[in-house]
Structures are given as structure tokens and as C-alpha cells.
Design a protein around this ligand. Sequence first.
Ligand SMILES: [Zn+2]
Ligand SMILES: [Zn+2]
Ligand SMILES: [Zn+2]
Length: 478
Amino acid sequence: MQELKDNLKNCIYPRLESGGEVSRFSAMKRLPELKSRNRKFPALSDKVEVSQSSHQKRELFSTGEIGAGDILGIEKPVASVLEKEFIRTNCWNCLITLKAPYGCPLCSAVKFCSKDCLREACSTYHPSECLLTDIILSNRVESWHLALRAVGSKPLSQILQVGSRTSGRNGASGLSSSGDLNALLNLDLPLRTESVEEMKKRSIMAVFYLIILQMTGYFDTTEDVGKLNPSLSSIQQMKGKENDSTLSEPELHVATLLEKIIRATSSCSTEICHFEMGGEEEWTTGKVTPVLGRSINPTLAMVPHSCYPTAARVCHANQTLLIAQKNMKAGERVTINYTAPFYAASRSHRKEFLYTGFNLSCECEACRQDWDLFDNLPPGPQGLSDQDFHLKGFKMVEFGNPGKLQVEGFTATERSIVEAFSKVRSKLDQLQCSIVCSGPPSKVMIQNQVRLFRCLLAMYSSKLFIIKTEYGKLSIPV
Ligand SMILES: [Zn+2]
Ligand SMILES: [Zn+2]
Ligand SMILES: [Zn+2]
């Protein structure tokens, strides 16, 4: 047991003289930061304001000029979990495809992509799941496991502050240690009518997660360091508490919190897919992975849906970015897509999905006017046809002026992505200037927005893992 503990200590606190591991995410070192934040919602940029409409619904608006590709929000999810099917192939912490996996020294159930991810997991949530992963996964209900993860990620001392008045914001840097969970609990969740069965199911799962936390010694200490608690001590604990069915004050607090988070997961969790590139040289090929997992983003969960959205979410390692998909003027709505965009799915399909999935009936322009699918859209303005842009065309000439983007220090591949991004963006500028009347966008506009999104995925999403792909044509929305 001592040996195991020593191993663990080494992996939680790896020796610094090793020089640190080179990050798998070459873009991570340049991960953008929000220069100026929204005062009330630090995960958002001050280019965005949040307002509450008459129907108690939150809306986001731009406060000034926003350029396509601008970062409007960066949020580290309260919790994210990997889908069971990917447990052998993807990182348990950041969800990317594994190349040379690192395992937990105590359990072999889960794998990590790097020492960084292993360290992060072991110093936060993994101690409250270690050796019990199988039980947790086999008793999974939807993505409720997110609740256990959210609580287990923070030490008890912080969790006990959730919901208290003193746990407000902590300076300009962002939220306090428990502020993200407070933000989640303060969201106006859509009201649903629930059956008694549903409520019962939720309570049972909250108790189940509470027992897991008890078993792994979560309540034993309020120290701020992660601890990996071998099941040995948990068995002893359980024996000691055999006849004790009363809950302590902290246990009751946690149980209530678990139930509340479970309730929030249905409307605040996001599916996570990653974009994986074809290879170093072939970044224009690659594919979006299936749904790898889910995460809870309390602030970004407020961004409303539109079938022709102005922004998009991109998952970068274990952060979520909100990025503008078009140039916006002050007062324009900031929206994202919860389903397929209007040009890829018919109105009736979207309607059905939005209603069953989100209890939502969309009133966006594309829905009101029933815009056509991609094939029937107007081709685009004369002289701005799409012929000069083929898939390989990203590597073309005329990259003399990369615009506002800083290109130095990038690898050749990254440079080609940035140059393509710059070119697509100037094309979008031209296209947006040429719009004279309202109505559906042209084919060439959609094609360039899809390209822009692919550039964003290539720049910010997990990447550089070689996989075979069938991806071919750009007219298919990613
Ligand atoms: Zn990882
Ligand atoms: Zn473990
Ligand atoms: Zn719509």
C-alpha cells in the first residue's frame, strides 16, 4: 500500500526538473484569453451583454462591432465526463483520442492522455471515483454522472460554501472557487412538468452518488488537496457506519446539491465532439468525432439557440470557447445552434428535435420564413463565386496580409490554417458587405462560414492525431 501511495504522490506532484511535458495541444500555449471580461459574467467577453427578456429568458447581445472569429467567451466546464464507449480509446480527463496512455496507479479502469491530465484528475475528482468507476458507469442514468464529477472536483470545504451568501465573485479574475457552481444553481432552468417517478429516480441517484462519496472518504477531511482513498478505508468506514443511517450536516448539504446539479444537467449540459485532423500536412481533411462526452457550462449554457446562429462553441482540451461566426454590429443577438443549421435539416425535423430535446420552439428568421436547404439557396453575388476556393485551395497564394493575426512562432501547418482563416474572413467581409436585402444567405456565404468554422476547429479544437477519414466535400456542414 505504501508503494502505491508513493507512486501516486509522484504522479500528482511530478518532479519539476523533468522540464515539464510538452503539451500535446500545440495550440494550447497560444490559447487566447479574454482581454476584457463582462463584469457580471466573467466567462464572457465585454463585447457581449446579457439581458433578461420579459419571458424570463436570457438573451445575449453584442455591445459593439464583432468580427467573425472573435472569441466571445471562454469557460472551463464545472464538470465533463467521457462516454462509456470511449473509455479505452479516449482520455478520461480531456476526452481526446489516446496515443500513449497514462494510467492511474491504483485502478486500471481509466486512461489519461498525458501526465498533466492524470495529475489534474488525481488532484480533483478522481479520488472520489477511483476503483469505483465500473459501479458508476454501470449505474449510469443519462449524464447525471456529471453531478458526482462536479462535486468530487472540489474539496468539501469549497462545496460547503456553494449556495452561501459569502461565496460571491473573487476579484476581476473570475469566479470564486465555488462560484461556478453557484452560477449553475442561479440559472433559470426551463420549467418542466415532472412525474413522481422522475423525481424519485433523481433522488435515488443523488443518494447513490452520496454513498460513493462517503465510501471514498470525501467527508473525512476538509483539506484542499486531492487524496486518493483506496477502497480499504472505505470498507472500514462502511462497516463503522453500518447501523448509522443519519446524515451529517455536510452530507445533507452535498446530497441536496447533487440532486440540484442532476436537475440542471438536462438543460445545461453540452455534448462534446472534437475535430481531429487528417495529419500534420493535411489539416483540411479530418473529421468531427462522434459525441465523446458531455460537460456543464453554466455561463455558456445561457447562449440561446438559432437555426442560423451568429456564434459557435468549440471544445478545446477541457475548455469551451464561444466564437463569432459572422461579423456583428452592436445590438445583434449572439446565438448558437443546438441542432442542425437550417440549411442542413428541414424545419419540421429541427422543430421536433428542439422540442423533445430542449422544450423549445424556435422563432428564428430561418424558421419563421422557412428558408430552403443548402441546395436550393441562391448561389451568391456575381463576382464573388466560390470557384477560386477548392478544398486544397486553402494553401493558395495571396497571403501577403494576414490581417490582425499574429503569425510568428507558428508551425507551417498552423501558419497555413491562420492564413486560410484570414482569407476566409476577408471573403466573409466582402460577402456581408454585398448583402442588400434580408432573406436566406447565399450558398457561397454558407460555404465560407463552414470553412471559417473548420479553421476555428483546426485552430482551437483537439488535433494532430492521425485518423482515417472519409471527409471530402465542403458543402457538407461540419
Ligand atoms: Zn487528456
Ligand atoms: Zn484510479
Ligand atoms: Zn429556428
